[in-house]
Design a protein around this ligand. Sequence first.
Ligand SMILES: NC(=O)c1ccc[n+]([C@@H]2O[C@H](COP(=O)([O-])OP(=O)(O)OC[C@H]3O[C@@H](n4cnc5c(N)ncnc54)[C@H](O)[C@@H]3O)[C@@H](O)[C@H]2O)c1
Length: 440
Amino acid sequence: MRVAVLGLGYVGTVTAACLAANGHDVWGVDVDSTKIAEIRAGRSPVVEPGLAELVGQTVAGGMLHATTDCRAALDGAELSLVCVGTPSTGRGETNLAYVRRATEDIAGALRTAAPPPSGHHSVVIRSTVPPGTVDGVVIPALAAGLAGTEIAVGAAMCPEFLREGSGIADFFAPPFLIVGTPDDTVADTVTGLFRFLGQPVQVVNVRVAEALKYACNAFHATKVSFANEVGRILRILGVDSREVMALFCEDQVLNISPAYLRPGFAFGGSCLPKDLRALLSLARVNSADLPLLAGTLESNELVISEVVDRVVAHGTRAVALLGLSFKTDTDDLRESPNVEVAERLIGKGFDVRIYDPIVNPARLVGSNRRHVESKLPHLGRLLVHEPREALQGAGVAVVSTSDTVARDALLAAPPPHLIDISGRLGSEVESLPGYEGLGW
Ligand SMILES: NC(=O)c1ccc[n+]([C@@H]2O[C@H](COP(=O)([O-])OP(=O)(O)OC[C@H]3O[C@@H](n4cnc5c(N)ncnc54)[C@H](O)[C@@H]3O)[C@@H](O)[C@H]2O)c1
């Protein structure tokens, strides 16, 4: 397939050379003529293990070409991959000027370039761009640039996951191949382009594809800072943090796993808040700063206050809380964020009725009982036996249990507003008119 690659930096050069090495007819474009001259001479303009050899071989074999002339590159091209820079502005925003300009260049070139054999050209963004860029920048620039023509184009986001230093190896073994587009022709073209990788291509919503790369990079940065903060406090305590973290990584059930990575409600319970506070206290007395770990408590508080604020915003006084313990199948109420929500709403004068499939105040003992008595002294009066009793007359339901009895009651008598903090109620409940999720 004939492919144009716009931007011959780290991503563009690796992409162009790897595609050319796998049988595609690749035309690299850059505004920097020194990079073009390097590639034409069979040399790589960037340093990356194995890249100089790959560029040399593919240029010599006539599969990789380089030009500053976008039109020449787009002659007969089925697809263009936009790999230009998206640097930060002084205020941390993403500078999309290069993406906009490259898209305008593509549209301008397509007006006079020979059409591709399929009659359709796909513009695929590989640069890292914020959600909304394809819809808000790329598609309007293509529409403006191609106005008055019959040229068929479509756009997509296909995030790149290679790391500098292992770019070629990463290109051939990406963690996943994601294409965000509503356009089946573009999805099929990208799938064909990467077929040689032998990996499935996942076609998703374009904003999901744009956001994914930010989620990945934010997580990687958080992992580094997490390990460094653990190292900072453990070193002071005389503990070998590398040994601790090596063992930590052996846990692939809770630590290195999808556990706890589903957007939803606050953490709580008898251990996480307590042990986090203990670590932060050790840091404080030892004058160590752990801003990431301290920030998790602040972040958690935001989740709780957002739910309370949402209830308040609905302007109704009767509230049903379905679920009270911090997770399903336990009656442990210690530091349950649901108890916190209940306490705050009661404090604001809301008429709160609570249903929990497991919690029975008569059976609560020890620290669990003391915690509830301090937070919700009248729990016995607030608890009802059936979810429909809690829902009767309620303007808002805050649902943290996915218990089937509660779900059936919601479906039988949906409240005007339903704030789902469980994230596990299923599509039937999620399609109720008053349904609100937390970030999904
Ligand atoms: N570097 C990485 O490891 C990496 C990995 C994944 C994703 N990304 C993302 O990929 C994008 C590119 O990163 P990079 O490190 O390769 O950037 P880079 O700065 O190395 O290369 C960008 C190239 O684009 C060229 N360019 C600018 N405007 C152009 C235009 N209109 N037409 C043609 N060429 C043009 C520049 O001259 C430059 O050579 C960024 O959005 C980055 O965030 C980078």
